[in-house]
Write a new protein. Structure first.
Length: 233
């Protein structure tokens, strides 16, 4: 199985930390986020990972030279950012023959077992399976309406959210989902793909799993403390 690890963002909200390193190389505990994600993907049965890069791409390349074990890693450097959906579309031939593939945002920290996502997707075989969490600030997230596990509505960062079930940025897709990505790049999964999956996608929740977006220095500090408290540092 193959997976996209979406890591090309500039991490502007995390400055000044990201003035000297890419967001995926920010350490939590003793390890960079990149390594945490690669291990999680391997545990779920992923054998090959495409990591898209833009900001300080050389630092990621140098780190991976010294990494041993784990899934094979393919680097995809974007001189101009394509957006999360644009990255998938640009590499559609890489997953064209796959039964399914995963795509995850590298700037979230979680201990969710991705095997649950894989198994849920294989059980239902929808075009997409999304992961959801209960957001403390729903207006800052993509809010998903779900009925009996089926996605019936989606709104990215609504001013007046109708609920708190939010997109966790971990997806299982069939390759034909890429036919729904249209328009010029950059294209974003949240703004340009998920709204078109309403009625065609299923969703599962993260349950009691830990989950946080490390997008700001304050969130990163909280994540580091939480991670250490959970014995994962």
């Amino acid at each position: 199985m193959k997976a996209f690890l979406l890591a090309a963002g500039l991490g502007t909200r995390l400055r000044p930390i990201t003035d000297s390193m890419p967001k995926c190389m920010v350490p939590v505990g003793s390890r960079p986020m990149l390594d945490i994600w690669l291990d999680m993907l391997e545990k779920a049965g992923v054998t090959e990972v495409l990591v898209n890069l833009h900001h300080f791409a050389g630092a990621v390349r140098e780190h991976l030279v010294h990494r041993t074990g784990g899934p094979r890693v393919r680097l995809f450097v974007e001189p101009e950012l394509l957006g999360s959906a644009g990255t998938l579309l640009a590499n559609r031939e890489w997953v064209a023959d796959e039964e399914m593939f995963l795509a995850v945002n590298a700037d979230n920290l979680t201990d969710f077992d991705l095997t649950e996502l894989v198994e849920a997707h294989r059980a239902g075989r929808p075009m997409a399976t999304l992961t959801l969490f209960h957001a403390p600030r729903p207006s800052e997230c993509g809010i998903v309406d779900v009925v009996d596990g089926h996605v019936v509505g989606f709104t990215e960062k609504p001013e007046q959210p109708r609920g708190d079930l939010a997109n966790a940025g971990m997806y299982a897709f069939r390759p034909d989902v890429l036919d729904l990505i249209a328009g010029p790049v950059p294209r974003d999964i949240g703004y340009h793909l998920l709204p078109r999956l309403v009625g065609y996608a299923r969703a599962i929740t993260l349950g009691d799993s830990y989950f946080i977006d490390i997008g700001t220095p304050e969130a990163l500090a909280r994540a580091r403390a939480d991670w250490e408290g959970r014995g994962k540092a």
